[in-house]
Design a protein around this ligand. Structure first.
Ligand SMILES: Cc1cc2nc3c(=O)[nH]c(=O)nc-3n(C[C@H](O)[C@H](O)[C@H](O)COP(=O)(O)OP(=O)(O)OC[C@H]3O[C@@H](n4cnc5c(N)ncnc54)[C@H](O)[C@@H]3O)c2cc1C
Length: 437
């Protein structure tokens, strides 16, 4: 683990490890006076900075990140750009409007990202052909029934798949049932955020490896960095589960650490054993189940661990122990590939709240925040980031209204009780996971 700064550690693992080296933008030094600062250059902060630049073409937008672009959750996720969220359990009649609201936000984010990828020719293995939701064991099979009812109720285009078709498409006999949702995209997350960062409008100035260490309240606000100070009129925090380090949401948002592995590139014969598709993604219908992908560069990735680990990445030795869990799940799905080694492993930290809600709005005079998407933040983070720029600029939109309607978060106790509660909350997601892990 590289101690970039004692509070913002990082490592070299993740989807970025599969890409060529990238030169980061410079650290911020000196004194600055700007109208707008966005802290956090993940998917939320990048979307926010882009939108602020459109709304205020003559203003300089300063975008700061503690790490390099691609090193946080936005560059380490599984690469599913979701249009339709899954809500576990049966359809609850008085929640149908809420399901629609969340899916409108997802859809708005997916459309924005699609446009940005296309307009800026971002090379990130973007493929908008939907993906699979799969069930191998009894709890997930129950969710399969619930999900079908939900999709029918909301009139969302999908296809029901049986074991034989799944085996033909994905090359595994493990799944008993599945659903293919027509809309949704797959991508290489580190390549996506790098591409978004490299195509920001000219009036956005990005500085990486520039942690904001404190915020002085007042007018203007004063941000303290190691070798810099910034005075600004307005501040947007896109700092996910690390917002607490700046004094916000400590009792509402924590990090859950997920880990996965990639195989080496498959040979043509190994690929042929996987069925008919060149590229696919499968999300388990069980919340603790694996996400599995055949990537465009012919690797299989499998992510099936999640734990409360103090909102930190796993060390190399910890990753190795999780890899045994990835291996077991991989061999069960693809016995024909049991000789294929894993080449990379990675972990990432997602922001979770106690009741699975998201955060959007004003936190303090001239301080706004968006984030915390409980494992589904690519499309949603894009929509939230764009909408928080509108909201902080005094603009209204349908997406702003949808984001503002997020349920209030439930309080979590302070540490050390928080650690215990978070440990059990994350662990509970594996109840009944069985063969879906
Ligand atoms: C393993 C894994 C798999 C996932 N799979 C999916 C998936 O397939 N689909 C999906 O939709 N979602 C997925 N997610 C969730 C998704 O990645 C996140 O919800 C989303 O990326 C959050 O984006 P963000 O910009 O809000 O936060 P982040 O990406 O966490 O970015 C926040 C940024 O703020 C910076 N920062 C924090 N504090 C400071 C500070 N004080 N000063 C300067 N910078 C600061 C951090 O360095 C970081 O770069 C997954 C997450 C993980 C970890």
């Amino acid at each position: 683990m590289i101690p970039l700064n004692s509070s913002f550690p990082t490592d070299n693992h993740g989807w970025a490890e599969l890409l060529p080296a990238r030169r980061a933008s410079s650290r911020l030094t000196g004194n600055h006076r700007v109208p707008w600062v966005v802290v956090g250059a993940g998917i939320t902060g990048l979307a926010c900075a882009r939108r602020l630049a459109e709304l205020h073409p003559d203003a300089e937008i300063l975008l700061l990140d503690a790490r390099c672009v691609g090193q946080a959750a936005s560059g380490r996720n599984s690469g599913f750009v979701v249009a339709t969220s899954q809500f576990p359990g049966g359809v609850v009649a008085d929640q149908v409007e809420n399901y629609r609201r969340v899916n409108r936000i997802n859809q708005a984010g997916l459309e924005l990202l699609s446009q940005q990828v296309e307009a800026n020719t971002i090379d990130c293995q973007w493929q908008r052909q939907g993906f699979y939701h799969t069930a191998a064991d009894s709890v997930a099979l129950r969710e399969h029934t619930h999900y079908l009812h939900y999709l029918d109720t909301l009139e969302i285009e999908h296809r029901v798949l049986d074991r034989a078709i799944l085996s033909e498409h994905l090359g595994t006999e493990v799944y008993q049932a599945g659903i293919h949702i027509a809309d949704g995209a797959l991508m290489q997350p580190a390549a996506l955020v790098r591409g978004l960062a490299d195509s920001l409008p000219a009036n956005v100035r990005l500085h990486e490896q520039s942690p904001v260490l404190g915020i002085g309240m007042g007018t203007p606000l004063t941000l303290s960095l190691d070798q810099a100070q910034v005075k600004t009129d307005r501040l947007v925090l896109a700092t996910n589960y690390e917002s607490g380090k700046l004094g916000f949401l400590q009792s509402y948002l924590v990090g859950s650490t997920l880990a996965g592995s990639f195989t080496r590139r498959l040979t043509p014969a190994e690929l042929a054993s996987l069925g008919s598709l060149e590229e696919w993604g499968a999300i388990s219908l069980h919340g603790g189940g694996a996400t599995v992908r055949l990537t465009r560069d012919h690797r299989i990735s499998i992510r099936n661990t999640a734990e409360y680990h103090g909102s930190r990445l796993l060390s190399d030795s910890e990753l190795l122990t999780r890899q045994a869990i990835h291996r077991e799940a991989f061999d069960r799905r693809f016995p024909q590939l049991s000789e294929v080694p894993f080449e990379f492993a990675w972990s990432g930290v997602e922001g979770i709240s106690r009741n699975g809600t998201n955060f959007f709005g004003r936190q303090h005079d001239n301080i706004y925040l968006a984030g915390g998407y409980n494992g589904s933040g690519v499309s949603r983070g894009t929509a939230f980031g764009t909408a928080i720029a509108d909201y902080a600029s005094g603009e209204s939109s349908a997406t702003v209204s949808d984001c503002l309607a997020s349920a209030p978060a439930r309080w979590m106790p302070p540490r050390p009780l928080l650690d215990i509660a978070a440990f059990f909350q994350v662990r509970s997601r594996f109840k009944g996971v069985g063969l879906d892990r």
